[in-house]
Design a protein around this ligand. Structure first.
Ligand code: HEM
Length: 419
């Protein structure tokens, strides 16, 4: 292990431009020791980083890399059980219940049920509705105006879609938006106590709200995802409990919101920087789905995920211990020249394009078909409405997040005709 390599994914330099650094690391230090971390219990463990496509892809499919530390270490090894502070108990318990953070067999049961409730047909049926939402959002912004594309378009579009899919009434959208924002901050790698406390309050509010909505839908089922989730049964007749329904609701809302917001914003940002590409897509709209795959590959909305080692392992000759944590850099794997020719080039016709932006294996993104559809509709709508889209400000700010590749704002100039 090379102790001299300092990799600080929280540094502003990295946050603003992560790809150069990730390329160097993938090439020179594909398996990197990231230092030690201390858990709430006081347990100290190593954190490792993996950067190559082969290692990240293999790790995502390896059952020895798990999500729940309690499946990896015994209670004794985990140290004296430290009670979760009251101030964020609801939040921690809620997250622990979400299938994204569960291992089999619990994960398998939850995923089977939600797969039955959230079907590809449901997503297909949404297409014209997503188009209406996109058109409505841009209606106040005719070509020739300047506006913040994140605030006016990329941020509200997915939240409206997921809220409607779930069956949240229109009048409550704004509340859902603000809750979703806080939950996203909580999902980052290192989170301040203040954010945890705010996240706890939001979780309580969201659960109270959702509990009422579920009770209403039990009495009066509708054609929406909440009603489906309430009714769905697995082969053994099992159903989601009320607690599971509440946490599933939060997961779907959060997982589907910030991520898709980033996809749309990152796509628009790339179009502003590459007007030739934008024109080519205007001429050949059939290439838009391929362009969305390239945005996902080159600027993945979720840059990394992580797992715990369930046994001592050696990856590329580097010994790691049971209980260690491994960061899997999707963003680095997606530009690995061993898999992608001209990895930094944007090629909408790239085929195959097996990027890892949606993960791989049992936790593969449940919402990938929906995200792809939202991304393609959003991009087509922008390109059609604005014959020219340029950055209004040279300096962009990226959210100080290690997990998400997220622009805080994207001020654009639009004009009616190419200049
Ligand atoms: C561009 C948009 C999106 C991206 C980049 C994205 C990315 C991801 C990734 C990387 C994972 C796997 C994480 C891991 O293995 O640790 C994941 C899982 C998940 N995603 Fe997405 N996602 C997006 C949109 C959505 C949408 C729209 C929804 C819901 C409507 C959604 C729901 C989920 C859920 C429920 C999981 C957990 C699946 C499981 O644990 O089995 N995502 N997503």
């Amino acid at each position: 292990m090379d102790e001299s390599v300092r990799f600080d994914p929280k540094s502003p330099l990295f946050v603003n431009d992560p790809h150069g650094m990730l390329s160097i690391l993938r090439e020179r230090h594909p398996v990197l020791w990231g230092g030690e971390a201390r858990a709430l219990s006081g347990r100290v463990f190593s954190v490792w980083h993996l950067f190559s496509y082969a290692d990240v892809g293999a790790a995502l499919k390896d059952a020895r890399l798990m999500r729940e530390i309690r499946h990896v270490l015994t209670d004794e090894e985990l140290g004296r059980a430290v009670p979760i502070p009251e101030e964020f108990q609801t939040l921690v318990n809620s997250q622990r219940n979400m299938m994204l953070f569960r291992d089999p067999p619990d994960h398998t049961r939850l995923r089977t049920l939600v797969n039955k409730a959230f079907t590809p047909r449901m997503v297909e049926r949404l297409a014209s509705h997503i188009q209406d939402i996109a058109t409505d959002l841009l209606e106040p912004w005719p070509a020739g105006q300047r506006f913040d594309l994140v605030q006016e378009f990329a941020f509200p579009l997915p939240v409206i879609v997921i809220a409607e899919l779930l069956g949240v009434p229109k009048a409550d959208r704004d509340r859902i938006k603000s809750w979703s924002r806080i939950f996203t901050q909580v999902l980052d790698v290192e989170v301040s106590l203040e954010t945890l406390v705010r996240g706890n309050q939001m979780t309580k509010d969201f659960r109270d709200y959702f509990r009422d909505l579920i009770a209403e839908r039990r009495r009066n089922p509708q054609q929406d995802l909440i009603s489906n989730l309430i009714q769905v049964t697995d082969d053994d007749g099992g159903q989601l409990s009320l607690e599971e329904l509440l946490d599933m609701g939060i997961l779907l809302l959060v997982a589907g919101h910030e991520t898709t917001r980033n996809l749309i914003a990152n796509a628009a940002w790339i179009m502003c920087r590459m007007p030739g590409l934008a024109d080519a897509l205007r001429r050949q709209p059939d290439l838009v789905p391929g362009a969305i795959e390239e945005v996902l590959r080159l600027e993945p909305p979720v840059m990394l995920t992580s797992r715990f080692l369930a046994e001592d392992l050696s990856i590329q000759g580097t010994a790691m211990k049971r209980g260690d944590e491994v960061s899997l850099w999707l963003a680095a794997a997606n530009r690995d020249p061993a898999v992608f020719a001209e990895p930094d080039a944007f090629r909408p016709d790239r085929s195959p394009n097996r990027h890892l932006a949606f993960g791989q294996g049992i936790h593969y993104c449940l919402g990938a078909p929906l995200a792809r559809q939202e991304g393609a509709i959003a991009l087509k709508t922008l390109l059609t409405r604005y014959p020219r889209l340029t950055l209004a400000e040279a300096d962009l700010t990226w959210t100080a997040s290690t997990t998400f590749r997220s622009l805080t704002a994207l001020e654009v100039e639009t004009s009616a005709a190419p200049q």
